[in-house]
Write a protein that binds this ligand. Structure first.
Ligand code: PHE
Ligand code: ZN
Length: 884
């Protein structure tokens, strides 16, 4: 069904004759303007008469005056593209209401009233996927952050908590399964082939956690008995035919429930936990109380269609949404500025969970890689904001790597300083103090402070200051004393020119060069602009291992000789530090190369050091293959660009590719041996076999860089022999970047083999859009016209265009065509799905950090968007800030 061709209908507004034209600049909402709600809604009952094209909703609210509010007699109920068909107060048709913009205002005389409102929506026409919408024949809701107001008029803010009773009725053949939050309390048959169900959720919640799903679904069912003895029914609902791809999700859910009991003492609180997979979804998944809604890609997995990375992602997201039941639902956010309260904490919880389920070291490296690729650029660009922002125009734009991933790093630092046991005392206190409340980041910090016994006075700056702190380190040595001198600067960011020093906890160790060992790790906290720390007992200058485990989300500037990095890459007992040494070696070399600081001799020296470190990684018997694969991955081009004030993406790409080709040639025989060894390992989900698959593809990448013909031959063989998606996708990724006859053959085979499997066809789009090679832009344009492509499915749009926007060769094409392509996309997508459209703006917003010729073209593209006569709030905010 093509819902894009049907624009959402303009709402008839009965009381405002001439609606004012949309303002050019949407109003700014400020954290400091927070006011408690004037009215509370202890109870809500909702009645849905479901229809794909028209759903009728009757909403009954019990409202009471909030003693902590400002006493106004006006009840403000938010709305968005809906009209009140009827408004009743205490059972009578009300006259005392009016519309203020999209909001409904009702004048009330007493302390408590019953409000009844009727609305009607068209789910099939809802291409924004916010509120109630149709996906693949089913109906589902998405309410975070402000989607509930697209269903009915309501104080749609997270500090209004209500108990919900929901009744829904609809055609039984079309919607055989009817789900909402909480427990099903009654159900039955109606007239004319309809049926109905009533659901009740005993836990008060804000409207953003409301959910309803109706459709033809089948469940994978299991049970879990909680530590307190509650038997919980678990269901993972999918479309018929997909049920045999849900086992991994179910195992992940059970593991999450168990882990949260053991690690955080958190027990599940309903008799039922439902997960529904939908194919049209703006984000990854949503933690609605007792009824999580997931994008199919984070539920469905089997070896034939999901890679090892996909399995990990399913486990991580299932965990994340489940953990929200406490960090998000039982304790929610007072207002959207506090988003990191639930998201930063929940990301930390899912990171710790995944680390416990697999390799802690590899998980940490992956998390840091995401932070550096996605968050560091936010911090150093025009959209930089603190993890607790001070203002916004459209809250959807603040579901960012800063709020989520840096938010998690900030809480992780508290945990590092307190240690896990004391941190746990802090989180226990937090849950105990704020259960059932809408809390603030300050409440969280205070609870950790009190529970863990930490002084977090200065630490609170991490919540208010944006920007990645830059730390410089120098190590000097005299007699037997080593002195570590540290400085910090927090760069200026939009709206924050002056910054104060923050406490930066750094795990450090000093290595005795001859012994190859250190004398114990220490935690030093740099809380001034400059400070120094001494270490006794070193006859010779030691080797410094700093920010081990990435204990602080900062950039460290500590230039060192290659020999020291090679030493750490080989000896450091902190696996992250080892990875960091490898990365440092390559980053230092490539940054010098693109800055024109290498002559032939120094280039050869640098390569030799990298080659030696790589050879050691390939051969090292003590490394497991998962870690080996991690160490083989070269730093990303975006991360390299971050190291330079102004960068030339063309030069970065060329230098990085040249190094890859050199490594592939230099280590050809080792890489082929490694590839052969990995090919011989049979498929299983255990760590050894997953490690083998990881190095298999990493080896292939380097082999192909050194010898494209050999790479094509091996990749095609790997593709054909593959009995799992990890090997198949890895091989196809390498082939997609080669100009070889095998390329077309494999791509065509892949498409044929997985026709109709949306998640795998997404991969087919992504692999091509992310490929190297001179014709990638042409290919992306052709793919946009492919019959499988659609602008109405965010997964598909992201599969093609996020891959292209994240492919430096395509996006930064010297003639500006990549920028034009993304600009065109934003303009076309904005009227369909503004939330998704806005997510493409930051790529263009990086222009200030790019060489002037490209920068001018990027800016021009932003200006072209800004000049559009009508733009969503989402895109308007991002574009204005990016130009600003
Ligand atoms: N709250 C969801 C999560 O982090 C993300 C989300 C936000 C989903 C907004 C949909 C809409 O788990
Ligand atoms: Zn979340």
């Amino acid at each position: 069904m093509d819902i894009a061709s049907r624009p959402s209908e303009p709402v008839e507004n009965p009381k405002v004759a001439d609606a004012a034209p949309a303002p050019q600049s949407p109003p700014v909402i400020r954290r400091e303007d927070y006011l408690a709600p004037a009215w509370l809604v202890p109870q809500v009952s909702l009645d849905f008469r479901l229809g794909a094209e028209a759903t009728h909703i009757v909403s009954r609210l019990s409202v009471t005056r909030n003693p902590a509010g400002n006493g106004t007699a006006t009840l403000r109920l938010n709305g968005d593209q809906i009209a009140p068909l009827a408004v009743r107060v205490d059972g009578r048709e009300a006259n005392d209401w009016r519309l203020d913009g999209a909001d409904l205002l009702v004048e009330l005389t007493g302390e408590a009233h019953e409000i009844e409102i009727e609305t009607s929506v068209n789910p099939a026409a809802n291409s924004q996927l916010m509120g109630l919408y149709a996906s693949n024949g089913m109906l589902c809701t998405q309410c975070e952050a402000e989607g509930f107001r697209r269903i009915t008029f309501f104080p749609d803010r997270p500090d209004v908590l209500s108990t919900y009773s929901v009744r829904m009725s609809g055609d039984k053949a079309q919607f055989p399964i009817l789900l909402a939050n909480g427990n099903c309390t009654a159900s039955g048959e109606g007239e004319d082939g309809t049926h109905w169900a009533e659901w009740h959720d005993p836990w008060p919640k804000p409207s953003y956690l409301f959910a309803l799903v109706a459709g033809d679904l089948v469940a994978n069912h299991a049970t879990f008995t909680t530590m307190g003895g509650r038997k919980v029914d678990l269901n993972i609902w999918v479309r018929p035919g997909d049920e045999n791809r849900t086992q991994h999700a179910m195992e992940s859910l059970i593991a999450s429930m168990k882990w949260d009991e053991e690690t955080f003492g958190r027990e599940y609180d309903l008799d039922l936990f439902n997960i529904v997979a939908v194919s049209d979804f703006n984000m990854g998944a949503m933690e609605n109380k007792g009824l999580n809604v997931f994008s199919t890609r984070y539920v469905l997995a089997d070896p034939e269609t999901a890679t090892d990375g996909d399995y990990d992602a399913v486990e991580g997201v299932i965990g994340h949404e489940y953990f929200h039941n406490w960090s998000g639902n039982r304790v929610t956010c007072r207002d959207w500025f506090q988003l990191s309260l639930k998201e930063g904490f929940t990301v930390l919880r899912d990171q710790l969970f995944s680390a416990a389920m697999g390799s802690e070291a590899v998980k940490r490296i992956e998390d840091v890689r995401v932070l550096r690729i996605a968050q560091f650029p936010e911090d150093s660009g025009p959209l930089a904001h603190p993890i607790r922002p001070d203002s916004f125009q459209e809250i959807s734009n603040f579901y960012t790597a800063t709020v989520y991933n840096k938010g998690a790093e900030v809480i992780r630092m508290m945990r590092t300083m307190a240690g896990p046991e004391r941190f746990r005392r802090g989180t226990d206190l937090y849950f105990e103090r704020h259960d059932g409340e809408a809390a603030t980041c300050e409440d969280f910090v205070k609870a950790i402070e009190d529970g863990a016994g930490l002084d977090l006075g200065q630490f609170r700056l991490w919540y208010s200051q944006a920007g990645t702190p830059q730390v410089t380190a120098t190590l000097s040595h005299e007699g037997t004393t080593a002195t570590l001198a540290l400085t910090q600067t927090v760069p200026a960011t939009p709206g924050q020119s002056e910054k104060q020093p923050m406490p930066i906890p750094l795990r450090v160790a000093l290595y005795d060069r001859d012994a190859g060992e250190h004398r114990g790790e220490q935690l030093v906290v740099l809380d001034k602009a400059a400070d120094s720390f001494t270490f006794e007992g070193f006859a010779k200058p030691p080797v410094l291992s700093i920010n081990r485990g990435f204990s602080a989300p900062v950039a460290i500037d500590f230039p060192r000789v290659d020999a020291d990095l090679v030493f750490l890459a080989a000896h450091d007992d902190d696996p992250f530090a080892r990875y960091e040494a490898m990365q440092g070696l390559v980053v230092q070399h490539l940054v010098a190369a693109v800055s024109g600081r290498l002559d032939d001799a120094t280039r050869a020296e640098g390569r030799a050091a990298i080659g030696a470190a790589y050879a050691a990684v390939l051969a090292h018997p003590a490394l497991d293959d998962l870690m080996r694969g991690e160490l083989m991955i070269l730093p990303a081009e975006t991360y390299l660009a971050e190291q330079l004030a102004i960068s030339d993406p063309g030069a970065i790409h060329a230098e990085r590719e040249a190094l890859k080709a050199w490594l592939g040639t230099e280590l050809a025989s080792e890489l082929r041996a490694l590839h052969d060894r990995a090919l011989a390992v049979a498929y299983s989900r255990d760590a050894a076999a997953r490690g083998a698959r990881k190095i298999k593809t990493q080896a292939l990448v380097l082999i192909a860089a050194g010898d494209p013909a050999e790479g094509a031959r091996r990749a095609f063989a790997q593709y054909q022999a593959a009995d799992n998606m990890t090997d198949r996708q890895g091989a196809l990724m390498v082939l997609a970047s080669l100009d070889a006859p095998e390329r077309e053959q494999a791509l065509a085979d892949f498409h044929r083999r997985y026709a109709g499997n949306a998640l795998v066809i997404d991969k087919w789009f992504s692999l091509q859009a992310g490929a190297l090679g001179p014709r990638v832009l042409e290919q992306v344009k052709a793919l946009a016209g492919h019959p499988d492509f659609t602008m109405t499915n965010p997964n598909r749009v992201r599969a093609l265009y996020m891959a292209a926007a994240g492919n430096p060769r395509a996006f930064h094409a010297a003639n500006g065509e990549g920028y034009r392509m993304i600009g065109d996309l934003i303009r076309r997508l904005d009227p369909i799905n503004p939330q998704t459209a806005a997510r493409f703006v930051p790529a263009l917003g990086r222009w200030r950090r790019i060489e002037p010729v490209r920068a001018a073209m990027m800016r021009e593209e932003l200006e072209r968007i800004a000049a559009m006569p009508s733009l969503s709030r989402d895109v308007r905010e991002q574009v204005t800030k990016s130009l600003g």
